[in-house]
Write a protein that binds this ligand. Structure first.
Ligand SMILES: NC(=O)c1ccc[n+]([C@@H]2O[C@H](COP(=O)([O-])OP(=O)(O)OC[C@H]3O[C@@H](n4cnc5c(N)ncnc54)[C@H](O)[C@@H]3O)[C@@H](O)[C@H]2O)c1
Length: 328
């Protein structure tokens, strides 16, 4: 019989893409989410087909304990995101307390933990193609962007601490710039979400800074594949893996690509927004590209979806969502 898996944050972007993949493979899946950002509708049709949803908060250990009852694996995705516009305390609280609760329950139950971490922990490290050994270089504590990275870094430390003190089996997956269906349509979902909406409406695409900062965007299907490989690999215990793509692109070229794929007949309309316009002391990261060779060699992970194809699918989905908001 396949394992029973609890996914925290199951109603978010990654969760809603992962749940159907695990159900299709025969796993019994339980989802836990407080619906702070997530959308129950995205997984509603799966309920009763090997998937059960619990509305609840990972900050409450009794809730996590009840949800994890009988679970062999806990995939921990629940999180509060980058506090770019405030919410720093909420970010620290949800991410750190949530992770500690998950680990404490895993220690009691003997469940394995897969922790959804982020490339943000590499912070300002200027190296290109950062591997898992690269230094984690965070910025000043008065720049609220780093609260998110600090909370995820501390969560990773907690994973290793519970491995050491309680023998919890755990794997850390550092994802980067995910896109695809079920992504948030605003900045929470990343620049591509905002750019697609603007291009579909023929509005100006807001480019923060000069747009020459670059990222490696990763399709939801590849993120799911990497997660399933880590879940099923005999080599993943105690390891950190970067899960990303090799599709590095500048933000301005992402805007141009989306404008063309949307087939907007007008010339691209860009609006350059200085960082100071949206946050007093915001700090951007110039380039962020993950070396995924460890996941490739040890897990057999290879991203399969190229950026243009993945964006075409995302644009189609997002256009339908904008026609019927609320059904994300
Ligand atoms: N998507 C990406 O591009 C990306 C990149 C790097 C890292 N990650 C990591 O992957 C994981 C999943 O990311 P995502 O994009 O699906 O995030 P998401 O924001 O779409 O989903 C997070 C979910 O957690 C839920 N949640 C928030 N606080 C909660 C709480 N206290 N109790 C219960 N549920 C709560 C939200 O309602 C939401 O459904 C995160 O931990 C994130 O750090 C994602």
């Amino acid at each position: 019989m396949n394992a029973r898996v609890l996914i925290t944050g199951s109603a978010g972007f990654l969760g809603t893409n992962l749940v159907p993949a695990l159900v299709a493979k025969g796993y019994a899946v339980i989802g836990l989410d407080n619906l702070m950002h997530g959308h129950r509708s995205a997984v509603r049709e799966l309920e009763g087909t090997g998937f059960r949803f619990i509305e609840g908060d990972v900050r409450d250990i009794a809730t996590v304990r009840a949800a994890a009852d009988g679970a062999d694996v806990i995939i921990h995705f629940a999180e509060a995101k980058i506090p770019r516009y405030g919410g720093t305390r909420a970010t620290l609280e949800a991410n750190v307390i949530g992770t500690e609760n998950v680990l404490a329950v895993a220690a009691q139950n003997g469940a394995r933990v897969i922790y959804g971490s982020t490339d943000e922990v590499y912070g300002k490290n200027p190296e290109r193609w950062l591997n898992e050994e690269a230094a984690l270089v965070l910025g000043q504590t008065n720049v609220n962007r780093w609260a998110y990275a600090a909370s995820k870094l501390l969560s990773e430390q907690l994973c290793f601490a519970y491995q050491e003190s309680h023998g919890v089996k755990m794997t850390i997956l550092r994802y980067t710039s995910g896109y695809g269906i079920h992504q948030s349509l605003d900045w929470q979902g990343g620049p591509q979400s905002v750019f697609i909406t603007a291009a579909l409406r023929g509005e100006k695409i807001p480019i923060h800074g000069d747009g020459l900062q670059s990222r490696t965007f990763t399709h939801a299907g590849d993120m799911v594949r990497g997660t399933v490989l880590a879940l099923e690999s005999p080599y993943a215990d105690g390891e950190i893996f970067n899960i990303g793509s090799r599709d590095e692109i500048t933000i301005i070229n992402l805007a141009y690509l989306i404008w063309r794929l949307v087939k907007n007949p007008q010339k691209p309309r860009l609006e350059f927004v200085p960082y100071t316009d949206f946050s007093r002391n915001y700090e951007d990261v110039r380039h962020r590209a993950l070396d995924i060779s460890k996941a490739s060699y040890l897990l057999g992970y290879e991203p399969r979806v190229n950026l243009a194809d993945g964006l075409r699918e995302t644009i189609q989905w997002q256009a339908s969502m904008l026609g019927s908001p609320g059904e994300i």
